[in-house]
Design a protein around this ligand. Structure first.
Ligand code: AMP
Length: 394
């Protein structure tokens, strides 16, 4: 009987999952990838097999499938029916916050769950759902080992100086510090560079994770030394619906002068800003690229401007730059955005190869480019599966 690892990534209204074949001689391959989405509105389970073919597409009413626990039951049904010959050996979870201490994945124990619950105030929109998925598995299969993989862990190699905010020091000690996120994505890229781009793997690299959430990370010799996201996933680049870095005085103004409640401000910062807020059209980069609207163009121009500001800052942190790597939905798929970013970064020594850029590289800079540019697809789920396998000794 084969052994499989289930990887779960729980959001507020979705439960994404991947099923990986464990064991063998070190190669982990995804047998199925899917998600239950629309929890609370229009629940739907859709999954594809290793060949990309849809293996299940099913809908429910909200009363039939109301929460993560029930979503998990449906994933278990899929596992039993489609992969009957496989034994589930463990579950790996994406957990957004590992707090100041966790710099590596963690085997779930009752004590660990208590500790992880203390990080809920640091990521109130994400952490409760991540923990709910762990509890749902515990209830359904208490004997099954589970592993938490943190989005913050990869950044714990950063110097204290890089993690500080200029607030009274006691707040740093109380946990108000730069944590950085998208760590599983950056860790995957850092682990992949020696194969894809060995000449830069030990160098000074900035990775731009440009998806609906977007951030950048300065990596030296495979380790994080700086990141654009900070205490929360609101900091840094402008994103699909989040503004990124902004003057904190704006929040005081909104609360004190505009009479907005903290909840209203939170809603605006997480859901109504960024590409959506600036364009007034949407947060999907494909739609904005195809639009003639001046505000869509303005939103894209600001998106690119912010990437380049951050690139300059992170290159300074690294003391120079050897390579820029694009990844995630926009970074991997939008030749247009990559071209705009690289054109603005010419001063840094990046010379784009337009044809290579259209084909998504992997190398997209010219042979003579002093600083190279790359496209490397990320795979956070595979990273979680690798950690889970290693920690469980599979
Ligand atoms: P992610 O969060 O990494 O899944 O990325 C999602 C984002 O990638 C979406 O907002 C899309 O706008 C963007 N995206 C996906 N495909 C393309 C494409 N071909 N061109 C431009 N943007 C894309």
């Amino acid at each position: 009987m084969g052994r499989v690892i289930l990887v779960l990534n729980a959001g507020s209204s979705s439960l994404k999952f991947s099923i990986f074949e464990a064991g063998g001689c070190g190669v982990l391959s995804a047998m199925a990838v899917g998600q239950v989405e629309g929890l609370g509105t229009a629940p739907r389970l859709k999954a594809r097999g290793a060949d990309g073919q849809v293996i299940v597409d099913q809908r429910w009413t909200t009363s039939e499938l109301a929460n993560h626990a029930q979503a998990l039951q449906e994933i278990a049904v899929l596992l039993r029916s489609r992969f009957a010959g496989q034994e589930l050996a463990g579950v790996g979870h994406r957990v957004v916050h590992g707090g100041p201490d966790y710099s590596a994945p963690l085997l779930i124990t009752p004590q660990a769950m208590e500790k992880l619950a203390t990080f809920v105030p640091l990521a109130p929109l994400h952490q409760p759902h991540n923990l709910a998925a762990i509890r749902a598995v515990q209830e359904a299969r208490p004997e099954l080992p589970q592993v938490a993989c943190f989005d913050t862990a990869f950044h714990r190699t950063q110097d204290t100086v890089a993690q500080l905010y200029g607030l009274p020091y006691e707040y740093y000690e109380r946990g108000i510090r730069r944590y950085g996120f998208h760590g599983l994505s950056y860790e995957y890229i850092a682990a992949t560079l020696p194969d894809v781009a060995p000449e830069i793997a030990a160098g000074r690299v900035v990775v731009a994770h440009l998806g609906s959430g977007a951030s950048m990370c300065a990596i030296r010799d495979g380790r994080s030394v700086g990141s654009s996201m900070g205490f929360t996933a609101l900091d840094g680049l402008m994103m699909g619906t989040r503004p990124g870095n902004m003057d904190p005085g704006i929040i005081l103004y909104l609360l004190q002068q505009e009479g907005m409640s903290a909840r209203d401000v939170e809603n605006m910062l997480y859901k109504r800003s960024g590409l959506l807020g600036l364009s007034g059209i949407g947060n999907d980069m494909r739609v904005l690229q195809d639009s003639d609207s001046p505000r869509a163009r303005l939103a894209i121009a600001h998106f690119v401007y912010r990437i380049n500001r951050e690139l300059g800052g992170l290159a300074a942190v690294l003391g120079g730059l050897d390579a820029l790597v694009f990844t995630a939905g926009i970074g991997e798929n939008s030749a247009h955005i990559r071209r705009l970013v690289c054109e603005q970064a010419r001063w840094l020594g990046i010379d784009l190869d337009p044809a290579a850029n259209e084909q998504a590289g992997p190398r997209i800079s010219s042979a003579g480019s002093r600083v190279s540019a790359w496209v490397v697809p990320t795979n956070e789920e595979l990273m979680i599966a690798r950690h889970t396998r290693k920690l469980l000794g599979l």
